[in-house]
Design a protein around this ligand. Sequence first.
Ligand code: GDP
Length: 440
Amino acid sequence: MVLADLGNQLSSALRSLNETTIVNEDTINQLLKEVGNALSKSDVSMSLIIQMRKNIKEKVKLDQMAAGLNKRKIIKQVVFDELIRLLDPGVPLWKPTKGKSNVVMFVGLQGAGKTTSVTKLAYFYKKKGFSTAIVCADTFRAGAFDQVRHNAAKAKIHYYGSETEKDPVVVARTGVDIFKKDGTEIIIVDTSGRHKQDSELFEEMKQIETAVKPDNCIFVMDSSIGQAAYEQATAFRSSVKVGSIIITKMDGNSMGGGAISAVAATNTPIIFIGTGEHLTDLELFDPSTFVSKLLGYGDMKGMLEKIKEVIPEDSTSLKEIAQGKFTLRSMQQQFQQIMQLGPIDKLVQMIPGMNQLPQLQGNEGGLKLKAYINILDSLSEKELDGKKPITQKRIITIAQGSGRHPNEVVELLEQHKAFEKIIGNKGGPGGGLGSLLAGK
Ligand code: GDP
């Protein structure tokens, strides 16, 4: 089950809680069954699911809840927290130090996405203002150096490798020394992967580790292995000091949830997830943001960061949102700003509720956003500011004016209602964007 499906199933289980007239033990059991089924389809291990269900049952004590409490909201919050706990090893993420050389060593099996992730990470830190370089110590796979050379050149990142030296330890040490001498802040060493966890590979890794003394050793694994990630991560951890993990190919495969939860169970923090083949398809992993996005509550913090990059803090739209208000005009402004931030499909997922719409998955997201902007541009000033309700007759006229189908106008208005709820902090757990902006 791809992540979007997992998200849809989890949110649908939580939504069905709203549809029941009374909330009792049966309701909770049914909800836990649905949540468990969804996680199991994503290859989350049975023992983790059982533990999660136990935790939820312990925290939700219906008979001890005072009358008048919003039971549905409490249950949703507990499920939300437990989903985060499932994916969170609770270990702080490694951060490089500015102004000194940080050596990062990559390990992983062949095909896991190691070399691709090396360049993505170098690019990520370069964008953050660090001087970065890559050392290709994979002398095992023919073409590995060429791949690094090609990727690094594309991303305008310095690199080192050798066509003739066959000893990876020598290449690693030489490269790291060169870049340390010139004060490069992030030096990433790519090592070779093999088809399986063979002892020769582990021995070579240990030797490189001794030679370059990494500040962080990142283990890269392919998410399609699902819960088998536990065993693989444990095996690598027992050979070298794995400090962080990158899980790749989280776009479009079915076992992502299983892989992340299995890794969390090894107490090693996942630092990034790979979400595509492009240079920028690398996302910092934060369990709470991940679950938020999965359930369609959006990535409020990520969104806020992005928005702040392009709009001044004193803009009316941000001020309004901070007060928990969200007019169609605010929506129009947000969408226009989002369009400037590109790649749209990734950003659309940050918007609360957007992942609920199947037509917004993938590249379609950008087209949909453009359609919404066209519709918003056809509204009157009063409609934009929420001073005049939009009637059925107006929906038809707006659709004609914007060249869109009336259903899309209705969809947009529904979407606006959903946003309004979340922004006013009436929506899902995680706090509204309004309260986040107001710093509450
Ligand atoms: P390595 O052998 O571990 O160095 O693996 P590579 O970096 O050569 O990657 C193997 C394949 O996986 C390549 O085709 C990459 O483009 C692809 N790949 C790597 N990361 C991702 C990812 O996050 N998403 C997708 N869809 N493909 C990826």
